[in-house]
Each structure stands twice: as C-alpha cells, then as structure tokens.
Design a protein around this ligand. Structure first.
Ligand SMILES: Nc1ncnc2c1ncn2[C@@H]1O[C@@H]2COP(=O)(O)O[C@H]2[C@H]1O
Length: 239
C-alpha cells in the first residue's frame, strides 16, 4: 500500500499519461478522436466486441474525471472492479484478447472527455514507443495487484477492515490533502465502496457507520476523508 511517484505536468500520479515523457505523451494525444461522455453513461460494455482503446481526458464539468470498471454476473449481481481516473487508459483488454471481447463495463462517473484510438493505431504507437508499452504493462500489472489484494482481503478480513484497507489505498493513490489527513478526490458512495470489497449494501453501511463512529473516516455526500491516515492504517491491519 505505498504511494506512487509524483506525475510530471498536470496528469494524476500513477496514470498512464503521467508515466510518459512529454514528447511521447504529445504523440499519443494527437491520435484518435475526442468526445464527451456524460456522467452515468457506459462507453465499454462487458461481453461486447470492441477494438478501440480509450484515454480518459479532462473533466468537462466541475467534478473530477473518473470512471468505474464493473463486472456483472449472470444472476445480476454487480461488482466494482476498479476506479480509473483522467490520464488512465481503458479498453486495452480487448486489444490483447484474441476474440476482442470486453472483460468489464466502464461507466463515466462525471462528464468526461474521452479519446478513442483504434486498436491498430494504438498498437502502432506502442511499437514506436517501447517505453509506453512498458508503462502500459506496469499499469496492467498494478491493476492485477489491486484486484489480488481485494481477493486476499476478502478471504482474510471483516467488511470493516476490508473497507478501511481499500479506503486507505484509494486515499494513498487518489487522495488530496485535507486537514491533517486526506480526502478522496473522487466521489464514491458507501454502496460503491462496498462493491469494491465484495460487501452487500447493508454490511457496507454498517461497517462504514462503525468506521465513522471510531473517527477513522468522515463521509460527506459521497466524499470520503480520513483525518488520520496512520489510525486508518492501524484499523486496516487489525481484525
Ligand atoms: N481489474 C481491473 N482493473 C482495472 N481495469 C480493468 C479491470 N478489469 C477490466 N478493466 C478495464 O475494463 C476494460 C473493459 O474492456 P477491455 O477488456 O477492453 O479492457 C478492460 C480494462 O481496460
């Protein structure tokens, strides 16, 4: 659960665009076409075929640009797999899959500009800029590590500790300074946080109530903050 290096320029740290040097990033940003996706709209659908890769660009409204990656099971149950923010790339999965099937659904959580790049164009870019290819590999590997941690947490910890652990990790990666602690720069409901750790809505609400009662997290209209990250980490490691 360590922090990521500070980004060059204005791209959020740890994102694909932040990992590229200025020239390479400039080349990438020239590719494809840009469009706005409205909050709540899905632009990648699980199970569908697709070949474009999408770069999440700037917000087109006041809210931070981010998107949810979710998976839906045949029985209708939905799990939140990951959060992607401006500067990240999504849709690279189908580019590598032999049959081009989308592995998950990606939904905009705020009005965001998205740049879609055709598969062959993106592959051409990666072969011209090997450092970008390695940056993409590192990102995919980190996504796998995040997913593995959720799976390990599920086997080892209570809902309360799982929530403390994922909130700590999200604050470490996406948090902005807030008093002596940090605030999540993206808006996630308690139910969505619960879905990230495989908790049912009632259990997630109950566990969040306990974290709030212990003063470990504060929740204000989908904004989650932690006044003391060390205390949250201690709660995240005990169960
Ligand atoms: N566990 C995950 N973590 C982060 N991103 C994911 C995860 N699973 C799927 N995705 C993204 O969601 C996209 C769904 O379509 P693709 O399979 O083309 O590419 C996938 C990735 O970009």
């Amino acid at each position: 659960m360590t922090g990521r290096p500070q980004p060059p320029g204005s791209w959020l740290r740890g994102t694909f665009l932040a990992r590229l040097d200025t020239d390479t990033r400039g080349e990438l940003l020239r590719l494809g076409t840009s469009r706005t996706i409205s909050a709540g709209a899905s632009f990648i659908t699980q199970g569908m075929h697709g070949s474009d890769v999408f770069l999440l660009r700037a917000p087109t409204g006041p809210r931070a640009a981010f998107a949810k990656v979710s998976g839906v099971m045949a029985n209708g149950s939905e799990t939140l797999l990951a959060i992607r923010v401006a500067g990240d790339v999504v849709g690279e999965g189908a580019m590598f899959h032999a049959d081009g099937t989308r592995s998950a659904t990606v939904t905009a959580c705020a009005d965001i500009a998205v740049q879609s790049i055709a598969r062959d164009t993106f592959l051409g870019f990666l072969s011209t800029y090997p450092k970008a290819y390695f940056a993409l590999c590192a990102l995919i590997s980190e996504c796998r590590d995040f997913a593995n941690r959720r799976r390990l947490d599920f086997a080892a910890y209570s809902v309360k500790a799982r929530l403390a652990r994922v909130i700590f990790e999200l604050l470490t990666v996406h948090g902005v300074p807030h008093g002596h602690g940090k605030k999540l720069g993206i808006e996630l409901s308690q139910e969505e946080l619960g879905k990230l750790v495989g908790a049912k809505p009632d259990s997630a609400r109950d566990a969040m109530r306990r974290l709030r009662a212990e003063g470990l997290v504060q929740v204000r209209y989908r904004g989650v903050s932690a006044p003391d990250l060390d205390a949250l980490l201690a709660a995240a490691e005990m169960d």
